[in-house]
Design a protein around this ligand. Structure first.
Ligand code: CAA
Length: 257
């Protein structure tokens, strides 16, 4: 499938999606967002792929929603728009998605990174929610996921006063998993994705779902769901293989069954 605003590659069991609207600093217009979600869904449905990486360029991850596209929109047009609902599609992806961020991840760009399961940042990465400068607020999860990630005090400053975070600050506050040099951040994200993609696929899927439950369910519901998922994995060939391999002191061979 060919796309207008993204570039898609496969690296063995890892699907890589590059945001590619350099003329608009990868601003997320409807076309880009729909292409991105379609590519993620295609990788999610492909048994040959175990994890995905989303990146921009070394200079910019994404400058947010496309301000030119929405500047004259009416309330009714915004309500009818499929732009922000497109962000929701990323929540339904079962396989892990890693954002490899360099340069600005602003507004919807920061929200896109936050919607991924993990973030690998370059030392040049910068994160912010500058919507207040435009007379609006984040609309694609910025007030929610950001607050869960960095806590209320810092999220308030970011949303209300355009406080931005350097890569080092983002690491300190738990927004990103690791910070790498500009030369190695993408390779590091691909390596992390490849390692996860080589693991037992159903355990990875259940693990992702169980961790994400903390954002959706009460603790007792989340613990009950985790326990059910743990027991359910005993119906898989990979659980028998994984435990047998441990006892026999050999490397397990996963079947995804
Ligand atoms: N939408 C549309 N076009 C954008 C854009 C955006 N979000 N960000 C940058 N561009 C365009 C610029 O208009 C410019 O185009 P022209 O050459 O045609 O004028 C081009 O990209 C280059 O931009 P700059 O000249 O501004 O580049 P810079 O290096 O001086 O600054 C920047 C870079 C700091 C990222 C700056 O472009 C900027 O602040 N962008 C806007 C960031 C922003 O406000 N994002 C939030 C959007 S709202 C949102 O995301 C809502 C939501 O929650 C979903």
């Amino acid at each position: 499938m060919s796309y207008e605003t993204i570039l898609v590659e496969t690296h063995e069991r890892v699907g890589l999606i590059r945001l590619n609207r350099p003329e608009a600093l990868n601003a997320l217009n409807s076309t880009l967002l729909h292409e991105l979600m379609s590519a993620l869904e295609a990788f999610d449905a492909d048994d040959g792929i175990g994890a995905m990486v989303i990146t921009g360029s070394d200079k910019i991850f994404a400058a947010g929603a496309d301000i030119k596209q929405m500047s004259q929109a009416s309330l009714v047009e915004m309500l009818k728009s499929d732009f922000i609902p497109a962000f929701e599609r990323i929540r339904k992806i079962k396989k892990p998605v890693i954002a490899a961020v360099s340069g600005w991840a602003l507004g919807g760009g920061c929200e896109l990174a936050l919607a991924c399961d993990m973030i690998v940042a370059s030392e040049k990465a910068k994160f912010g929610q500058p919507e207040i400068n435009l007379g609006v607020i984040p609309g694609a999860g910025g007030t929610q996921r950001l607050t869960l990630a960095v806590g209320k005090a810092l999220a308030m400053e970011m949303v209300l006063n355009n406080r931005t975070l350097s890569a080092a600050e983002a690491l300190h506050h738990g927004l990103v998993n690791r910070v790498e040099s500009i030369e190695s951040y993408l390779e590091s994200a691909l390596q992390l994705a490849a390692e996860i993609a080589a693991r037992a696929p159903l355990a990875v899927q259940f693990g992702k779902e169980a961790v994400n439950n903390i954002f959706e369910l009460s603790l007792s519901e989340g613990l009950a769901a985790e326990r059910r998922a743990f027991y359910t994995l005993f119906a898989t060939a990979d659980q028998k293989e994984g435990m047998a391999a441990f006892i026999e002191k050999r490397t397990p061979h996963w079947k995804g069954k």
